[in-house]
Design a protein around this ligand. Structure first.
Ligand code: NAD
Ligand code: UDP
Length: 319
């Protein structure tokens, strides 16, 4: 049985990755310090013999017993309000945490895949974003703590690849959504759906002309799975290229939820990227991957999930 360590396992993406690798017959070692995650996302796995959980902060020395074939490093706050609230931890998990996991991968002779992000392109001047684009990041802006941590993460990963001959993979994830996102994590999809469910107006930041391209979680997980098992070490964009303005997206959510909420406008946060759309030619050519779930189908499933949560979740202020 192949053994895989997944960090950030109690979070949104990490928990779906745990499910996928369990389904593929792996022994899954899950690790999380629960700073933005929730054990409820993985509690259904606790009874399995091929699953174990470590409550651990990966910025501290990481060790696990036994052999390891693969490591997926997904631990990191991922939502702007989270990483603005815990900026130092965000920098540390991208830098020190990644260093620890690369060291572990070296000792265990494991292949490691790290979760990078479209944020390494910053407020991009090239559209759509190809992997060759170096990005446009404000190092000292509020979002810099996340963007630069992830850029450092890519650099140190390539250094371990070149200097130590470690088997590494880098996925650049574009906005991904689906069940198990935290309703109050501030990202646009839980924010809008939460507002609709509470009967509040939907808050569009800026004039809403900024764009994003949303990928359903099952597609994202499939792309990550294929990349891990591929022999390609350079970064690969995994995201859905179907782009929409935030203003049009708010209107879509009003229709989806069947509410008569208004869309209201709030100031645009500093350094909020104006456009974002992945060029996925590399993923298509190298991994034979492309997204399959349309936004309307994915959003329906996501809305059903949020609707099924106990009502008090709607009014929770913090995690
Ligand atoms: P999430 O907040 O739901 O999950 C992150 C998990 O990491 C949480 O369970 C949290 O408790 C854990 N964590 C944070 N710091 C830790 C530490 N020091 N030690 C151990 N565990 C720690 O976020 P997510 O959306 O699931 O994102 C997962 C990963 O994917 C992150 O690395 C993020 O940067 C990356 N990513 C996500 C998206 C997206 O759209 N969801 C886009 C780009 C990149
Ligand atoms: N956004 C918005 N209203 C909200 C939350 C977010 O208009 O209540 C906007 C945000 O300014 C950004 C886009 O939606 O332009 C996506 O934001 P999110 O935090 O989901 O992700 P990111 O900016 O990291 O892509």
């Amino acid at each position: 049985m192949k053994r895989i360590l997944i960090t950030g396992a109690a979070g949104f993406l990490g928990s779906h990755l745990c499910d996928r690798f369990i389904k593929e017959g792996y022994y899954v070692i899950a690790m999380d310090n629960l700073i933005t995650g929730d054990l409820r996302n993985i509690e259904h796995l606790f009874k399995l013999e091929n699953f174990e959980f470590y409550h651990h902060d990966v910025t501290k020395f990481v060790s696990v017993p036994g052999e390891l074939d693969y490591i997926l490093h997904f631990a990191s706050p991922a939502s702007p309000i989270d990483y603005l609230k815990i900026p130092i931890q965000t920098l540390k998990v991208g830098a020190l945490g990644t260093h620890n996991l690369l060291g572990l991968a070296k000792v265990k002779k494991a292949r490691i895949l790290i979760a990078s992000t479209s944020e390494i392109y910053g407020d991009p001047l090239v559209h759509p974003q190809t992997e060759e684009y170096y990005g446009n990041v404000n190092t000292i802006g509020p979002r810099g703590v996340y963007d630069e941590a992830k850029r450092f993460m890519e650099s140190i990963t390539m250094a371990y690849n070149r200097f130590h001959g470690l088997e590494t993979r880098i996925v650049r994830i574009f906005n991904t959504y689906g069940p198990r996102m935290r309703l109050n994590d501030g990202r646009v999809i839980p924010a809008f759906i939460g507002q609709a469910l509470r009967g509040e107006d939907l808050t569009v930041f800026g004039d809403g002309s900024q764009t994003r391209s949303f990928c359903y979680v099952d597609d994202e997980v499939e792309g990550i799975y294929r990349l891990l098992l591929s022999d390609y070490a350079l970064p690969v964009n995994i995201g859905n290229p179907h782009e929409i303005t935030i203003k049009d997206f708010a209107e879509e959510i009003v229709k989806l939820t069947g509410t008569d909420q208004k869309v209201i406008y709030k100031p645009l946060p500093q350094d909020d990227p104006m456009q974002r759309q992945p060029d996925i030619s590399k993923a298509t050519n190298i991994l034979g991957w492309e997204p399959k779930v349309s936004r309307s189908e994915g959003m329906k499933k996501t809305y059903e999930y949020f609707k099924s949560l106990p009502e008090e979740e709607l009014y929770k202020k913090d995690h």
